[in-house]
Design a protein around this ligand. Structure first.
Ligand code: GLA
Length: 673
């Protein structure tokens, strides 16, 4: 991964990126001087420009007007503020959609979406692709050597609003994609199980996207369409990124939405990450989620996985309320600081926001910004300025990596997509919820977790959690088997390893892919009623799911004590080679998960930090020589953390223990023992 941190300061000293989306075209040029003056006050050093500027940059086809953007970039350059320059392909202008209405996306039920919002295009549209490439070429040619520009921002949040598209053009592209994948139609029929319901195809050109039909559409067709749709957008990204790279050596990125309220669903981020010079992510808190800080931590851990463990860019978050949730709750004092430093604690080398100046018009006029409607005499502005100073105080950490993660959580995109298909045992089983349950149990104990794919090298971990990885390839199952065989500990939950990559059941007892690992054979699922809990003989109660099965080689740690499968194993432990595999056949309560995780960590000799309070988050970054401990207290009581060193935020030395006030943050350069 490339880095931009040494280009953010005048003297080349590495700095955290601090700033956000800057949309000067929404304001009269007389405001721009004030913008940069205030950016300097706050310590802003990086802004993203031009993301939604297509309509102004290209007023009519092939006619470009860059004058205003030249002025903005020159002004930023004079002020020493660096630019993440967009290629502006995210929102085709009305003239484009008007002229090429066939480029507008179509929903599964055949409705062609209108324009007047953003991202109004079909990823397979040749007109869109041609126009985006032409615009990207002009921008690359004009600004590749502009001294303010330090990185390229392709598009914006791919797939957020327009994915997937079910139009005829997408349908033809889907047929070609399928032909490349299967080569022969019989292979497709086999993979899709088309003997069912008379769905046999004789030619690729008979196939359509999985449009709305009378009832459930073929699930493998839906899964392949998800894969195709992600690939189709990736083609768009790659074409535009290639143009930028041909003109300039600067790093290219596009902003991901890792785990963001399901908005990330259309994209296989693992596949995309290989094409980023720098991984970047947007994260917005769900204001009404009482543990949204833990959800933030999980999202950041996932993005760090996408960045192969190295630093990444937090491209957007919010200083306070957003505009698009049902109730847009403002952040409380100190929350902005905790959120930003939390991302940094988990590997971000930049804390950027949407957006610099709060808009006065348009759909996002109630979205918070660094500079609020109220101006500089405001709580948000004061907190922004303080955060700018904090980032300078901890600048020595830039470029270091999060260290000490002894636990990995497996998250395969195909498993996620397949788990969310129709006609499953229960709508209450959710891969994301189950992932969050296990991440939260580890989070409460202060244990840092990485996210990995099942096929990744897992050898550096002591414990690997497999939460509801419903679809499992042979390669993934082999990888986990050898991890366990070599002495690792694995936790596998219900609804894991149920199907292969074609969404075909693995026969002979569940969980088919993992039977030899769990040593517990499940013969029938017994999903629970909505809200029902069944008691377990240990670890509290189970929710969502229960199962009928029996141990083959495993030892039963807990049985279902009540409910339809009373007496059947709920939690088992199996020895596999030199390792241990736990199987959990239900969704535990947070307390039950904590109890089990604590036992597993102890049995696996994985250290747990010394701290008081569940909501005190502990992580470390290291540059190989020095380590820094981040302690962030989201709880309502002050907390005590065991650490020796200097808190960079206050300059105070700590010996042995440090009290982190409720809502407070400490960033301690640790004393080398
Ligand atoms: C996304 C987009 C931004 C803006 C914010 C609002 O992250 O990238 O353009 O719409 O949401 O929260």
């Amino acid at each position: 991964m490339l880095s931009i941190s040494s280009r953010l300061s005048a003297d080349g000293t590495a700095a955290f990126g601090f700033g956000g989306d800057y949309n000067p075209e929404q304001w009269h040029p007389s405001v721009w001087q004030e913008d940069v003056a205030l950016m300097k006050v706050a310590g802003v050093n990086l802004v993203s420009v031009g993301i939604f500027s297509w309509a102004l940059l290209e007023p009519s086809e092939g006619r470009y007007e860059f004058g205003w953007l030249d002025d903005v970039l020159d002004l930023l350059q004079e002020s020493g503020i660096r630019v993440d320059l967009a290629n502006a392909s995210a929102s085709p202008p009305p003239w484009f959609s008007h002229r090429y209405p066939q480029s507008l996306p179509v929903t599964a039920n055949g409705v062609r979406l209108g324009y007047g919002s953003r991202q109004a295009f079909c990823a397979s549209s040749p007109e869109y692709r041609r126009a985006a490439a032409a615009l990207t070429t002009e921008i690359a040619k004009r600004y590749a050597s502009h001294p303010a520009v330090v990185m390229w921002h392709v598009h914006n949040e791919y797939g957020c609003h327009n994915q997937p598209c079910y139009c005829e053009v997408s349908g033809a592209a889907f047929q070609r994609w399928l032909e490349r994948k299967y080569d022969d139609i019989d292979a497709l029929n086999e993979a899709w199980g088309t003997a069912f319901w008379s769905q046999h195809y004789y030619r690729f050109d008979e196939i359509t996207p999985p449009r709305q039909s009378g009832t459930f559409v073929n699930p493998t067709q839906v899964l392949d369409f998800a894969r195709f749709s992600s690939d189709e957008l990736l083609d768009c990204y790659r074409a535009e990124a290639d143009i930028l790279r041909a003109h300039s050596p600067l790093p290219v990125t596009t902003n991901f939405m890792g785990f963001s309220m399901g908005l990330d669903k259309p994209i296989d981020y693992w596949a995309w990450a290989d094409h980023m010079d720098l991984v970047s992510n947007d994260h917005y808190l769900v204001a009404e989620d009482p543990r949204n800080f833990q959800e933030l931590a999980m999202g950041a851990d996932f993005v760090r996985g996408l960045a192969s463990g190295g630093p990444w860019v937090l491209m957007e978050h919010s200083t306070s309320a957003v505009n698009w949730q049902p109730r847009n709750i403002a952040k409380r004092p100190g929350e902005l600081r905790r959120n930003s430093l939390q991302h940094i604690a988990r590997g971000a080398d930049a804390a950027l926001f949407f957006q610099w100046r709060a808009a006065k018009a348009g759909s996002e006029k109630f979205h918070s910004a660094l500079l609020p409607h109220a101006g500089t005499d405001s709580r948000v502005w004061r907190e922004v300025v303080e955060l700018g100073a904090d980032l300078v105080a901890i600048a020595e950490i830039v470029g270091s990596r999060v260290c000490g993660a002894a636990v990995a959580i497996i998250h395969d995109t195909d498993a996620r997509w397949a788990s969310e298909l129709d006609s499953h045992p229960t709508i209450d089983a959710s891969l994301l919820n189950e992932t969050r349950l296990w991440h939260d149990a580890l989070y409460r104990l202060g244990v840092t977790t990485d996210f990995r794919r099942s096929t990744d090298d897992l050898s550096s971990y002591g414990l690997v959690v497999v939460p509801m990885q419903y679809l499992m390839t042979d390669a993934g199952a082999d990888s986990l088997r050898s991890f366990a065989g070599n002495g690792g500990t694995v936790v596998i939950t219900y609804q894991s390893g149920i199907v292969d990559e074609d969404d075909h059941i693995r026969l002979g007892g569940y969980p088919g892919a993992f039977l030899s690992l769990t040593g517990t054979r499940i013969e029938e699922f017994y999903p629970l009623h909505e809200g029902e809990e069944v008691e377990l003989t240990r670890y509290g109660s189970g929710r969502v799911f229960s199962e009928l099965g029996r141990p083959l080689t495993s030892e039963v740690l807990a049985e279902f004590a009540g409910g339809p499968t009373a007496g059947s194993p709920a939690i088992t432990r199996n020895r596999v080679g030199m390792g241990t595999v736990y199987y959990v056949g239900t969704s535990l309560t947070p307390a039950g998960a904590r109890e089990l995780v604590t036992e597993i960590l102890t049995a696996s000799s994985i250290p747990v930090p010394q701290k008081s309070g569940d909501d005190v988050e502990i992580t470390r970054r290291s540059d190989g020589t020095r380590t820094w401990l981040f302690a962030i207290n989201h709880g309502s009581a002050d907390a005590v953390v065991t650490v020796d060193g200097v808190d960079l935020l206050t300059g105070a030395a700590t010996e042995g223990t440090l009290t982190v006030a409720s809502g407070g943050v400490a960033v301690v350069r640790e004393t080398v023992a």
